[in-house]
Design a protein around this ligand. Sequence first.
Ligand code: NDP
Length: 385
Amino acid sequence: MTIRSISILGATGSIGASTLDLVRRVRGQWRVIALTAHGNVAELARLAREFEAEIAVIADEARLPELRAALAGSGIEAAAGTAALVEASSRPADLTIAAIVGCAGLAPTMAAIERGGMVGLANKEALVSAGGVMTSAVARHGATLLPVDSEHNAIFQCLAGNDPAHVRSITLTASGGPFRDWSAEQLATATPAQAVKHPNWDMGAKISVDSATMFNKGLELIEAHHLFPVGLDALRIIVHPQSIVHSMVEYRDGSTLAQLGPSDMRVPIAAVLAWPERMDTPCAPLDLGSIGELTFRAPDEVRFPATRLARAAAEAGGAAPAVLNAANEIAVAAFLAGQIAFNRIAAHVEQLLSCYVPPAPACLADVVAVDAEARQRALALMEPA
Ligand code: NDP
């Protein structure tokens, strides 16, 4: 049996927990290098001890004394701050799971890519913001990017063994989120508690809100544009409320390959952990007989403008996707804090995109600068005049 090493960036989150759940079941096959979190010291220390990690990093520097105390006597290194996150991510590991939420995950993800490793990418905001800066770093450093996002993992599986030149179109499925059948009037009154209650998936708060606005699908459209070699006009979105068909690839001969599975992130995560092999998971087998019907419908870009905005940002290219992502992160945080109405999220993003058009980023520092400036401008737009 080969023992592989793994680092998990964002170990205390939903994707981190699902990844560690699978690692726990085949504990002897994995050596854990780095585990990271933002502020949840207690959970980070508990996981670091359980998995005998080499290093635990907390992004919030003020929490370092607490982390040191929680790890005292364990022999596990404790570190804090962005530089420590980057240092831990650049330590050799056979696989890094990039599962920090938001553009905060960009620098550590790039560090894992720059050491030429294999990276399981859940942190879509990092790829959306960095775009070609990240994909060219992957090529330059001989890294391998394996998509964790269920849709992109599905596409990755449907493309395996086929020549991408034969692809006619790629269709991303979307559950439509908890508000897919709500009227525009109802959407204006949606609360954070309603938005984070996804009908099919159990996820972190930010992606749950993104799912409700359809920004999640918009970000995924841009993510797919960078991961797979087809033009934007060959990328489609369809609403599929049951979240069983995770995405589809149509070939020039009329064959469409789809990947199906339960709505459980451990399925795509397992595909990444074991790639190019397969591994067992505890996920309930797919029982199509009891599901009964799989339905599909076109997205409504009037009630949910996010996918239209994302497609326009992808078409504009350059820094537009980074601006869209930063504005969305700020607007989602404001919505979760009860500061803006649900239907203002897309409006704020559209407003910032129309008035802030920075030059295309050429390197990581440029992306970080655009992200920071876009956040400041997004915050300023939200202040009452
Ligand atoms: P969670 O909110 O559950 O977890 C986020 C993780 O990132 C936590 O470990 C958190 O630490 C850490 N974190 C948060 N902010 C920072 C920061 N500023 N610096 C460093 N670390 C930080 O998110 P999810 O697991 O739901 O999502 C993670 C990523 O995966 C997102 O990009 C999401 O879009 C993507 N994804 C998630 C899916 C899901 O099912 N959840 C499905 C597909 C993609 P702490 O706990 O200490 O706050």
